[in-house]
Design a binder for this molecule. Structure first.
Ligand code: ATP
Ligand code: MG
Length: 434
């Protein structure tokens, strides 16, 4: 009974994006699309829901995502085990295999949109959040690894971000990781008593993740652990060198972080993160790396691949700092009218102005002239077109500039023939741009 009266709210950790904020999102999305296109990346859109087994296989059973963060449920209609995508890579690889995208050429692909993880919500950590995810499939690198990183440096430049730094590591090949893993387990066994529950369990299942601990008491243990970099063979080292050389060529600074392992199982060779100190604890804005084994693991013909994912909420948070959001106008022109005949005419005029390429709001509903003008002002429009009995009788409209002029003088008002209205307004907007 009581639940009938429960207040309807959004789900915790899943945010509404209101118009005041969505303008900034749209701007970021536009910039990002242009930036992606400038490197030849094309958009792929895969479903929000996939079979859960795609992620357990593709991301790994012993990862935070699969162990505790995935929205996985049984489809009550047919019993299928489904999951909301917690990231884009697995779905993109699935689609590339299913549609044979890598048959005759490599692919540069990107996705942009919501992903879902059941985490404890806090700043920079939500349950529905957004990623820009980029996958270069069919490329062995190291050239394309470096290209992806250079590409990200350009995005930071486009957005005017400076306090963001690059951390780099190599995870080598699977045999190298296996040798390192044995050494690491032997080392961790010496610290068994100090490890927490997660650590004790992970020590054997995913010992690299034990080093990823945020527990300050375990930092010394983690610092002294055998380094994967010391286990890399000639080929892996050459790949790593190739990436570093190209970053040097591009003038991109980085620090080698031998402890950087990333949360997902499937990475090999190059891994990297872009980190900032300006977002508190959730400072990783972008993470990426190579995943040469994933396509084969998911049933495709094996092909190398590399990619990254940007957390859009964190990026926007960083981008907003020091740059007060300026409200975007709702329209260019707001049409105010009085009387039935004028109201009907106003609707047609709105369509004509839109034909001419203007963004137009025609006042809807009846209201006093004064309150319509107030609404026009509030819309951010530059111009109000006013249609009253007088104007209509003369076949004219009054055109009023709403924002005060650059020199501080108040707006002007003049009469314009309805026939010439669209042209006149277009001209005045064009001369504004000059
Ligand atoms: P973290 O260590 O912060 O949990 P992660 O390694 O789980 O990050 P990835 O799976 O690499 O993150 O996702 C790529 C990016 O997506 C991250 O670098 C971050 O910017 C963003 N991100 C990850 N989880 C969240 C979340 N719950 N809310 C908002 N953004 C997130
Ligand atoms: Mg995480």
């Amino acid at each position: 009974m009581a639940e009938n009266f429960q207040k309807l709210t959004a789900i915790r950790g899943m945010n509404d994006l209101l118009p005041a904020d969505s303008a900034r999102w749209e701007r970021l999305e536009r910039l990002a699309r242009d930036w992606l296109r400038s490197y030849g990346y094309r958009n792929i859109r895969t479903p929000v829901l996939e079979f859960t087994r795609l992620f357990t296989r593709g991301i790994g059973e012993v990862t935070d995502i699969v162990e505790k963060e995935m929205y996985s449920f049984t489809d009550s209609l047919n019993g299928d085990l489904l999951a909301m995508r917690p990231e884009f890579t697995a779905g993109t690889v699935r689609a590339a295999i299913e549609h044979n995208l890598l048959y005759d050429r490599p692919q540069r692909l990107f996705s942009m949109g919501p992903v879902f993880r059941h985490e404890r919500p806090q700043r920079g950590r939500y349950r529905q959040f957004h990623q820009i995810s980029v996958e270069a499939m069919g490329f062995a690198g190291p050239d394309v690894d470096a290209e992806l990183i250079v590409m990200l440096a350009r995005l930071w430049q486009i957005l005017g971000l400076t306090d963001i730094r690059l951390e780099l590591n190599s995870l080598g090949a699977s045999e190298e990781r296996a040798a390192h893993r044995d050494a690491l387990i032997a080392y961790l066994e010496g610290f068994k008593d100090q490890l927490d529950e997660d650590g004790k369990r992970r020590m054997y299942t995913n010992p690299l993740r034990v080093l990823d601990t945020k527990n300050p008491a375990l930092q010394e243990m983690a610092n002294g652990a055998p380094r994967l970099l010391d286990f890399l063979g000639a080929e892996s080292l050459a790949h790593f060198e190739g990436v570093k050389q190209r970053l040097d060529d591009a003038g991109i600074a980085y620090t080698i972080n031998p402890r950087l392992v990333r949360g997902l199982d499937y990475y090999n060779l190059t891994v990297f993160e872009w980190v900032t100190d300006r977002l508190g604890a959730q400072g990783t804005v972008c993470g990426g790396g190579r995943y040469d084994g994933l396509i084969g693991l998911l049933g495709g013909k094996p092909a190398p691949a590399v990619g990254f994912a940007i957390g859009m909420e964190r990026l926007l948070d960083l981008w907003s700092q020091g740059d007060a959001a300026e409200a975007e106008p709702e329209c260019d022109v707001y049409v105010v009218h009085q009387g039935d005949a004028a109201a009907r005419r106003a609707q047609r005029i709105g369509e004509q102005l839109r034909d001419a390429g203007l963004d137009v709001i025609v006042h809807a509903g009846s209201a006093s002239f004064k309150s319509q003008m107030k609404r026009a002002d509030g819309s951010g429009a530059e111009i109000a077109v006013i249609l009253g009995d007088d104007e209509l009788a003369a076949g004219e409209a009054s055109v009023k500039t709403l924002r005060s002029q650059a020199d501080g003088s108040p707006g002007t008002q003049r009469r314009v023939a309805l026939d010439a209205l669209a042209d006149t307004l277009i001209q005045s907007f064009d001369s504004d741009v000059d």
